[in-house]
Write a protein of this length. Structure first.
Length: 141
């Protein structure tokens, strides 16, 4: 038991407090695996007028590409654009000499789509949110 510590639950901690936690976690992770060297990449699909019809927000870090967001406009769905965006994320992973691509999705989104793209489920949490399942997928390249 740690003596004389007070735990607080805060919605808006100070910048200094957020940085203290971030610096501490960063130092621990660097000691274990070296510097993160992560970088964001966006893959955008535009129509002839230049309007974004789909896209993926990715993070390249620690030898993997993480697809944080993947979206296809309603009118463009079921035409292969989602698969093209994932293929572009895989190409990014290859270009960055990564091991693969990973992501998460909910049961009300597209878990079957990711399975069809060759992704394997590597984890899940039931009732996140209640009545749904949060799935984690990965694909080695």
């Amino acid at each position: 038991m740690t003596p004389d510590l007070v735990l607080e639950v805060l919605a808006r901690p100070s910048a200094a407090d957020r940085h203290a936690v971030g610096r501490g976690l960063g130092a621990y992770n660097r000691a274990a695996y070296g510097r993160l060297r992560g970088s964001a990449r966006w893959i955008l699909a535009r129509d002839a007028a230049g309007t974004v019809q789909g896209g993926a927000k990715c993070e390249v870090a620690w030898g993997w590409v993480y697809v944080d967001w993947l979206w296809v406009a309603e009118g463009m769905r079921r035409q292969g654009l989602g698969g093209r965006l994932l293929a572009a994320a895989e190409a990014l992973a290859r270009a960055e000499s990564c091991l693969g691509v990973h992501l998460n999705t909910w049961s009300f989104q597209a878990p079957e789509f990711y399975r069809k793209q060759g992704f394997a489920e590597v984890g899940r949490v039931e009732d996140m949110p209640p009545g749904a399942i949060r799935h984690w997928f990965a694909k080695r390249i």
